[in-house]
Design a protein around this ligand. Sequence first.
Ligand code: ZN
Length: 467
Amino acid sequence: MLPPLPPLPAPPVAISAEIRLAYVLRHFRLAYPGAPTVLVDYAGTQPQVEIANSGAGFFATNEPYPTAPNWRDWQGQQVPFFFDNAPEIPLLILRENKAFISADIISAAFYLLSGWQEYFSIERDRHGRFPYKASVQKHYGFVTLPVVNYYFDVLRMAVEHVSRQPLQPRSWDSQQANFAAFISHDVDNLCSAWKAPIKAALQQRQFGRFGKLIWQHLTQPDAWDNLEEVAAAVAQYGGRSTFFILPTRRKALNGTPNADYRLTRQRQRQLWRLEEQHFEMGVHMPLTGDKMTLPNVSAFDLPFHAIGCRFHYLNWEPRLTPITISVNPIAAASKFQYDSTLSFAEHFGFRHSYCLPFYPFDFAVRRAVDFLEIPLNVMDATLHHPNYLQLEPSEILPALAPMFAEIKRFGGVASVLWHNQNFDPANQQNGPRQFHEIMAHLQREGATFRTGREIWQEFTAESTQHS
Ligand SMILES: [Zn+2]
């Protein structure tokens, strides 16, 4: 039972070429800080980099899906180009002092980065989320390819040609790290590890074992009460991570659970000790069960100052959440500078086909919101779950490695969510061992580990420097 979708604004949202260009070029400059100012435009303004104007008609409609993309080779990689009406013409034509791009990569980048498909689609899953199966990423098979970064790579070559200057992609620290890794933990449960084994013992009528487990539960800490162990596991790689803390135990209207723990004084001191070790605390936004409202975060007495959030169940209503995070006066009381919810629960990869942080688009006011989205690439549950993928432990890293290679190629952020409860050694499917394999891989590949706050600071500091 889902509440109705928020209605679309009337009259239809029409996004002009100027708005699409400004939004996309802003992100291009964030991807290549210090890029020289070059006029990139459609024909008519005598631009130095001219883009084929193939997308115009589409953005006057409220259609969720454009016509099928045309696949082209770009430096050895097959890449889908939407709004590509002239596949017989080479993608990039370089003349003296001028470049022509024969696919409308501005419209295509806008389409994917803005999340147009999910805003205009009416498809939602049982948790009210835009489903992977309704996405162009699933339909055309490119969820693990950061297609917008490839579009920007085409534009980079065009800009380098007309400006005669090499463009430098973003680097993440003084050691010139190839890419950043953002490790985070949604803290849903701290006290419930005992429940499933006790239930199983009872069902199997193993009463001796049942008694032993009850005794353990009463006399020993819960296996999921493990935040220090989680922190130590990350610190082993020289990294720090972000904990998203659920501030309420109250269930959503539809009965979906939120936290299984209370923020007692003892718990608060535990979180402060982690903060002293430079781990970050963010807010795990609870479910209300009501699509029209977000939880009143300021009503919760948070024992820490958070600038980042992620929604429980990766819950995100494209027609409401971006606006509400940025303008809702209640949320403004504890203003969020970044969110890290945007991912498909059903599949790892790139929900907006982009591997750098970006500013989500607010269609109601036709401009970007002012909080940063650090997209999530992989959640532990996605890898092994009855409703999602069913990878064997040995298949996990081989499945993820090509995605991490794409992020490394473009200097992006590899964002990994590993719930604290999956650091329980009893979990041998997507548990601590698989986490360590991923961490060791990221370290070998040269990632620098960053908290969400640090990524937000670095990303916004550079963009003001160069704007
Ligand atoms: Zn959660």
